[in-house]
Design a protein. Structure first.
Length: 374
């Protein structure tokens, strides 16, 4: 396992907070002697607790490291300077990671003590109250520090709920597929089982009648032809009944996918998809879904919009995002290449460009036969 300063799943977030460690280091330059050395030692220990807290989230050691971090903030605020109270932002962030209410309340209570007691201590020590200017300086920081654990906890709960929703949707899809396979097997058995058994019996009868009664054998063979044609018709009806997903259904799935990824979604279109053939809808729907999946996986976008317009001669789909755009316009990836191959079946074309993000445009001709769209 490769060593790392912080867990990779947190990205650059832990490194950004390290900037604020520079402030206590600067403050300590004003101290002298043993007090300064102890201060630098506590800063180093604080850095250790900061790293270890990320690696111990959800473990028993998490509380121990958090207690050490709170103690360091308390000592700095009490015996060095009240300005060190801003370091409470660090433990406030980690307190929000507690999932159990009891542990969260205990951590919050500890944070309140670490922040409030130094206030009281400095008032008693100096025997003077804070001036209005000092209150304006300290109180907003104190309020933000004390409410930030609630924000972090709410954000983490939302992320957990989104993960549970994704797992639930995957399970639902698996159950739907399983149910569909069972339904197809049941329909095939009920529809064709009796017919195929009848054809088997008649074929055996024809073999016996050929030598003794050729006319009756001919009639039985004719009945077998009629029965087999009826069975073929039943199979076609069964396959036709296996309806592919429509564009409207795919748009609903796309909305859920983007929302789960934290990407805002906007749809622009008032199209009656019933005018488009099921085959065309199936291909267009798969392409739009693939485009939305690419936005989630590769774009780093925060917003995605889909526009669908139906003209007399074509259907136009435009998918836009505000991400990092397309780095290589000369070759399609596997996903886009697959979309291009699907669209070729219905004479559709796609174009990919950069306009403050990626823009994917799809145009599919609408062919009309005998007054109906095909």
């Amino acid at each position: 396992m490769k060593w790392s300063i912080f867990p990779r799943q947190f990205g650059f977030f832990p490194y950004i907070f390290l900037i604020y460690i520079g402030f206590p280091v600067i403050y300590l330059t004003r101290e002298t002697g043993v007090k300064q050395l102890i201060g630098y030692g506590m800063v180093l220990l604080f850095l250790v607790t900061y790293r270890q807290l990320y690696f111990s989230i959800g473990k028993r050691k998490f509380t121990y490291w958090l207690a050490v971090q709170l103690a360091i903030v308390f000592i700095f605020s009490m015996f060095y300077h009240l300005n060190y109270m801003f370091m409470g932002f660090f433990p406030a962030n980690f307190i929000g990671w507690y999932k159990e209410k009891t542990a969260f309340r205990r951590g919050l209570l500890g944070l309140v003590g670490v922040q409030i007691i130094p206030f009281i201590y400095h008032v008693v020590q100096t025997k003077t109250f804070f001036t209005p200017a000092e209150l304006i300086y300290f109180v907003p920081f104190l309020i933000i520090i004390l409410i930030s654990p609630f924000g972090i906890r709410s954000m983490n709960r939302r992320m957990d709920l989104e993960k549970e929703l994704d797992r639930a949707n995957q399970k639902i899809e698996e159950l739907v597929k399983r149910e569909e396979r069972v339904r197809i097997a049941r329909d095939l058995h009920d529809t064709l089982g009796h017919t195929l058994s009848l054809l088997t019996l008649k074929s055996q009868l024809v073999q016996r009648l050929i030598a003794v009664d050729s006319e009756r054998a001919r009639l039985e063979a004719k009945e077998m032809e009629v029965t087999s044609r009826a069975a073929l018709k039943q199979v076609r009806e069964l396959v036709t009944d296996m309806r592919a997903a429509t564009i409207a259904e795919e748009l609903l799935q796309i909305q859920q996918i983007l929302r789960a990824a934290g990407i805002t979604y906007q749809y622009d279109g008032d199209v009656d998809f019933s005018k488009i053939s099921p085959f065309t809808q199936n291909i267009v729907g798969m392409c739009v879904r693939e485009a939305a999946t690419n936005v989630v996986k590769h774009s780093r976008a925060t917003h995605c919009s889909i526009s669908i317009k139906l003209f007399s001669e074509k259907i136009n789909i435009v998918i836009r995002d505000d991400g990092m755009g397309v780095r290589n316009n000369h070759g399609f990836g596997n996903g886009l290449r697959g979309m291009d191959e699907r669209l070729a079946l219905i004479d559709g074309v796609l174009a990919l460009s950069n306009q403050n993000g990626a823009v994917l445009e799809i145009n599919v001709p609408i062919i009309k036969k005998e007054g109906a769209a095909v």
